[in-house]
Design a protein around this ligand. Structure first.
Ligand code: BES
Ligand code: MN
Ligand code: ZN
Length: 495
């Protein structure tokens, strides 16, 4: 069951909810909502500040039970860290902390007053959007492949209200729309690769389109159709797997008929074993997330439709499984891509670019898009360069790169630019084809971007490498839903 969100134009001491959430800064500085609770409850918060039970330290949370003078039975006091350095990132964090703490309490409803806090450089609408997204993210549970369990008798958090004036409604609605996209992406990416195959992703895209009426449609090309059209590069990657490739295209008509659409393209490798250039065993299971780009652009598409953006948008997902087999493609094969350029395969583990190049060519030919943005878990080198905090942006268009970096900053789904200078292109030279599929030891994220740039000439195009940001590492690491909120923010910023 997903959490329901609403606005509350109410006072903390009288609001009707099982738990009220207020914040205290480090050093015991009460927010205005905390101060109202404190005076209604005859100093209940200040007493705990004085006793040292409430510190206001970031990450801390204290529960007051049945304080006199307050309508709600519980008050959750969330530590917000130092007031001086309180910023957007901290605001997001305390909202997530609060939602996580609420999830552990036997409460079915909560009213948060954290959305009343001032956040430098951000307005009420941003606060609402961010609070909804943070709470929904923290509240997400992956349950798809566990044995169904008996529902515990403990009440579960079902509704959450945020204190805000009615004119912040837009922020709430945006948060709900984007949260739906983020959930869509996370759920798809978390599924195991024996369930989430190329055909499964196509079915999910089709099912979404079927539920949305006239403005949304879905086309799916199978390998027979792609063969006819000449997808020589994409099909080579998929040949070693029993799970056959698909090219999935969702179209949304939110703008004027005939207006060039924006296009999102996402890498959908449902499992990346490396193929004949087999990956080492440890950590290979994480390569089920190698369709994170596909999940991200599909989630951004869902968000765009739910937001009702006033532009035309297409979302294209090339999807394959990369497996070793007697019929697999091999190092030294020369492939003819849809664009006509030939590619020498030097490593079958550099497969993402081989499916994206054909998808990018097809997207440009089919839709004549205004702008193309691809998202892909493309290189381990990107993780080395930027770690798990920032996605990489690469583009020859300075304005587009700047738009994406700015959208990431606004959405707290950050991206950092790497150069795509032609100086790097020599690393992709081949003695046997127009281009090689790997660029050697140095600058691996950039040479992957350079490879794609050869298939997007004349397009207003940017590439997002999300290898470090698409999922949380570790045995229990889940898909993050990135870069759904970056892309959704970019669309919102466009109009
Ligand atoms: N899907 C991987 C990239 C990846 C690796 C993402 C680790 C996240 C974590 C991609 O297909 C790949 O294998 N890339 C190779 C490219 C190399 C052979 C040039 C890599 O990064 O090692
Ligand atoms: Mn690979
Ligand atoms: Zn891959």
């Amino acid at each position: 069951m997903t959490l329901q969100f609403s606005l509350a134009n109410a006072s903390p001491e009288t609001v009707d909810a099982a738990c009220v959430v207020v914040g205290v800064f480090e050093g015991g500085v009460l927010s205005s909502a905390a101060a109202r609770i404190d005076s209604a409850a005859e100093g209940a918060i200040k007493r705990q500040v004085e006793s040292g039970d409430i510190t206001g330290k970031g990450g801390s949370a204290t529960l007051l039970f049945a304080p006199a003078g307050v309508t709600a039975r519980r008050v959750l006091v969330v530590g917000m860290g130092p007031q001086k350095s309180f910023d957007a990132a901290r605001f997001q964090r305390i909202n997530a902390d609060a939602a996580r703490a609420l999830g552990k309490l036997p409460v079915d409803s909560a009213a948060s007053f954290l959305t009343e806090l001032d956040v430098p450089g951000r307005d009420a609408s941003w606060r609402l959007r961010t609070a909804v997204l943070a709470a929904d993210h923290a509240n997400y549970r992956y349950t798809a492949t566990f044995k169904p369990r008996d529902k515990s008798s403990q009440p579960e958090l079902a509704t959450m209200m945020f204190a805000a004036p009615d004119d912040a409604r837009a922020g709430l609605d945006q948060g709900l729309a984007i949260a739906e996209g983020v959930r869509f992406a996370r759920e798809l990416a978390n599924l195991p690769p024996n369930i989430c195959t190329p055909a499964y992703i196509a079915d999910q895209a089709q099912a979404f389109a079927d539920g949305e009426g006239d403005k949304v449609s879905c086309r799916v090309l199978d390998e027979v159709e792609m063969e006819k059209l000449g997808f020589g590069s994409l099909l080579a990657v998929g040949r070693g797997s029993a799970n056959k490739p698909r090219l999935i295209a969702l179209e949304y008509k939110g703008g004027n008929e005939g207006d060039a659409p924006y296009a999102f393209v996402g890498k959908g490798v449902t499992f990346d074993s490396g193929g004949i250039s087999l990956k080492p065993g440890p950590g290979m299971e994480e390569m089920k997330f190698d369709m994170g780009g596909a999940a991200g652009v599909l989630g951004a598409f869902v968000a765009a439709v739910k937001l009702g953006v006033k532009s035309n948008l297409v979302c294209v997902v090339p999807s394959v499984e990369n497996m070793p087999d007697g019929d697999s493609y091999r190092p030294s094969d020369v492939l003819t891509s849809l664009s006509g350029l030939t590619i020498e395969v030097l490593n079958t583990d550099a497969e993402g670019r081989l499916i994206l190049c054909d998808a990018l060519t097809w997207t440009a030919q089919t839709y004549k898009p205004h702008t193309i943005i691809d998202a892909a878990t493309l290189t381990g080198a990107c993780v080395v360069a930027l770690g798990k905090h920032a996605s990489a942006v690469m583009s020859k268009h300075d304005d587009l790169a700047a738009e994406l970096v700015a959208a990431g900053e606004t959405a707290l789904d950050r991206a950092w630019r790497l150069p795509l200078w032609d100086d790097y292109q020599v690393q992709l030279e081949s003695g046997f084809a127009d281009v090689a599929n790997i660029g050697g030891k140095s600058a691996g994220a950039i040479t992957a971007g350079c490879f794609l740039s050869r298939f997007t000439e004349g397009q207003r195009w940017a590439h997002l490498d999300i290898a470090g940001t698409a999922w949380d590492e570790g045995r229990k690491g889940l898909a993050t839903g990135r870069p759904v909120s970056l892309l959704a923010q970019w669309l919102l910023d466009r109009g």
